[in-house]
Design a protein around this ligand. Structure first.
Ligand SMILES: Nc1ncnc2c1ncn2[C@@H]1O[C@H](COP(=O)(O)OP(=O)(O)OP(=O)(O)O)[C@@H](O)[C@H]1O
Ligand SMILES: [Mg+2]
Length: 276
């Protein structure tokens, strides 16, 4: 359900915190073609349940980024519908949060101001509440000490945590992530994966996470959706029934993790071998 500005303004910044109100997502018979004629999706349908963590896995060029741009409302389907909680998506949808491959922070704003910026744009909160909330989410990602620094003074992992805090601060019911940790080194990436699961357990959002890394998909997701070569859309779906909390290095060492990884590797290999 959409929050109106008036309703939202009546609540304090703190009332929204820790509220578990995840969104559902549905794609129904979606076709998408770029203006130059490139057909990326032909009758794509799948849905994500409230609170579910779905990883979308697929080879380069299968349409992962296109899918995310469709889900965020930046691109419109040529046919079919994409809805969040039953409402058609649009970029201004207040239930959406994004984390991109590169952190996309404003270099001229301090860390705290970067986080506050999104809250200011949303327009729900007073200046004081914006600052309080920005500080709270910075503490959630363990970066209170660098609040006044500028993005160029941070490591790559810290920048990505700021971008995570910025996305979480708007308290989205649905978090969309496009390979957000792929530029990080292996150790930092593992730490960010654990961090994301910890925050998700706490705040309970629905997450749709794009990746081309099988291990990352198995570690994070409740379900993995494999995309075939464009315009095939969904090749297969795989439930990942691993217990929480998941952690490194324990979870990837379990036999079941290994089985899921091998199974997905076979599937992806099959997709890659499919003639374009
Ligand atoms: N703006 C565009 N105009 C025309 N075709 C495009 C455009 N952007 C992407 N495509 C094409 O759409 C298809 C899907 O591209 P997309 O970027 O969604 O793939 P991807 O799965 O994200 O790949 P990668 O893993 O390399 O990021 C590709 O064939 C690509 O060439
Ligand atoms: Mg992409």
């Amino acid at each position: 359900m959409l929050r109106t500005r008036d309703e939202a303004a009546q609540k304090s910044a703190w009332e929204f915190m820790d509220s578990k109100n995840p969104a559902s997502l549905a794609l129904t018979h979606v076709d998408f073609r770029y203006p130059d004629g490139q057909l990326v999706f032909d009758d794509l349908s799948f849905s994500v349940e409230p609170g579910e963590f779905v990883a979308v896995l697929g080879p380069s060029g299968c349409g992962k980024s296109t899918l995310l741009n469709l889900l965020s409302g930046f691109l419109r389907p040529s046919r079919g519908e994409i809805t969040i909680n039953g409402d058609l998506v649009s970029p201004e949808h207040p239930s959406l949060g994004y984390i991109f491959q590169s952190p996309q922070l404003f270099p001229w704003l301090s860390v705290i101001d970067n986080i506050q910026f999104g809250l200011k744009m949303a327009g729900f909160l007073s200046q004081k509440e914006q600052v309080e909330k920005a500080r709270y989410y910075l503490q959630v990602v363990g970066l209170s000490a660098v609040a006044e620094r500028f993005p160029h003074q941070l490591s790559g992992g810290m920048r990505q945590r700021v971008s995570l805090a910025r996305a979480l601060a708007t308290e989205p019911q649905l978090l969309l992530a496009d390979e957000p940790f792929s530029a990080l080194d292996a150790m930092t990436r593992r730490h960010m994966n654990e961090e994301l699961l910890r925050l998700r357990a706490r705040f309970g959002q629905t997450v749709l996470f794009i990746t081309h890394d099988i291990d990352e998909a198995v570690f994070l997701a409740d379900r993995v959706v494999v995309l075939g070569r464009a315009p095939q859309g969904v090749d297969s779906e795989h439930i990942i029934d691993l217990p929480y909390p998941r952690s490194f290095p324990e979870t990837p060492r379990t036999p079941r993790f290994f089985e899921y990884r091998e199974h997905l590797l076979d599937r992806i290999t099959h997709v890659m071998e499919t003639v374009q």
